[in-house]
Design a protein around this ligand. Sequence first.
Ligand code: ADP
Ligand code: MG
Length: 595
Amino acid sequence: MADIIQLLPESVANQIAAGEVVQRPASIVKELLENAIDADGKKIKLIIKDSGKTLIQVIDNGIGMSGTDARLSFERHATSKINSSADLFKIRTKGFRGEALASIAAVTKIEMKTRLGKKDIGTQIIIEGSKIKKNEETAINKGTSIAVKNLFFNVPARRSFLKSDNIELRHIMDEFIRVSLAHPEVEFKMHHNNNCIYQLISTSYRKRIVDVFGKSFNEKLVPITEETDILKISGYIGKPESARKTRGEQFFFVNNRFIKHNYLHFAVTNAFEGLIASQRHPSYFINLQIDPSKIDINIHPTKTEIKFEDEKVIYAILQASIKKALGQFNVTPSIDFSINSNLFPSNTKNTLIKIPTIEVDPNFNPFATKGQFPSKKKSDLEISNEKNWTEVFDNLDIHSIDEQKKPYLKTESRISFQLHNKYILSHIKSGFMIIHQHRAHRHILLNKLLQSNTISSQQLAFPITVNYNSANHELVKELMPLLNKSGFEVKEFGQGTIIIHSTPSFIIESEVSSIFDELLEQKKSNKENLSLSEKEKSLNILAKSISIKKGKKLSVIEMNHLIDELFACKIPHTTLNGKKIITTLTLDELDKRFN
Ligand code: ADP
Ligand code: MG
């Protein structure tokens, strides 16, 4: 049989390598910014057009390249940063594989201009799909400018994998933020479609965090420092009370390189244990300086993963230093540990459990604490209690209920009961049903949103102003049309600020900011849910964020109202993506269990 193995042509090999390095515009941004840092750039400018699909340009005032180096930089495995494998364990630069420029050049068109500080004239190179189109001398400032255009022009399949402009831009901003946090001493600018998104002056680490994430961060930060023989730790952690529902601002840097490390992440979150509620996330900005021979960064194509020689020791030191910082800054006490009390008091063993009677407080607002219920006219208070409850939902009115279709008891004769603030138990004719309270409410809201897109809103006495970093701000802007159709009135105020004037009437003011946090978190993790349409997906996210959650204590009236609302939905038993909302247990089944 004839020999069949062939060496791939260089251009094909490059394209394959590019698959690892260049996943999306943000990967190019990362590589170019890191090269600019490695070249000792002190002023670095990132220019983006159309979320990187049209242009990604990085300009630095670093050391620049000679004409020969400029040409060589596009060869695979061409690097000025290491010479031998031993050097792999001395790495202080971001790059070392000499692969990025070759990979980028394989799938784009690059225009590079570069000049060494001591030379008068620089070099211009144009390369497209790994082929040199131009290589000549040119006048340029000291440093390097690399403009990347026509992303994936020769691999249309990859191009079609790109996500929406907003998503790609968010990834770009994430990379920009990571590099800029790792190097507060460097001045950074970022422009997108001719808008200046960031302008960061050379400054201290603390000030850089504030410049990136907003003024409100200043008072939230607690410094941490620790120096041992093997490790130096510096940076900031967020105060426990500033922990949020979004995972947002969590950064580890090892020798000024952003890394992801689950194990160390646990070291941090465990140090916060007991200080913040579950499902809340502390922010942290932690720098580890460690002898490069004690780590291996050559384990992943994107170089964001790292192996430490002795992880356990690092875990212990990190955790101890965070606890120390929390203690020193006196942030440990004064935390409320109260956990949702269970439905059954612990001393009920010998007493009969009373089935709750329906005690009605006509002024009660299920979602408000005292005093927040929009004041009512006296005549309103005379309306039946259930009606009063309904008003909270306002136009979430109960549809006429088709009694045939609904197997449950009428509101008046129904007995409902909440289990662990999570499930609602209620009589049905044949036995009882158990309702998943969060899914039920979410389902109700989603149905309402899908039907009408109009949910009655309440104007806030004091509009709420919220500041976002650019990435989150873009997200909120994306959500705004939807919010404004769904009972919110949200306005753009510029510079990362939005103002919330109104909210759906069943939302209480003190919950607005955590609802927005959650909305962003949902939007970010926007899990692919193929069974839902785009519109359903967005509305589903909104419904999830504003709906009542497990852990929320409900009154009997609230439970009954929820049940009525649920059965007013076309399909009450399952969510749109097929998850169970109601399960039943019949008397027959129950009888069997006692046999
Ligand atoms: P690596 O960074 O792993 O060395 P790259 O492909 O990213 O590989 O870059 C190849 C080489 O090109 C670098 O080693 C460096 O010598 C040179 N280079 C790239 N970008 C710049 C820049 N902005 N300024 C100066 N030299 C650069
Ligand atoms: Mg590089």
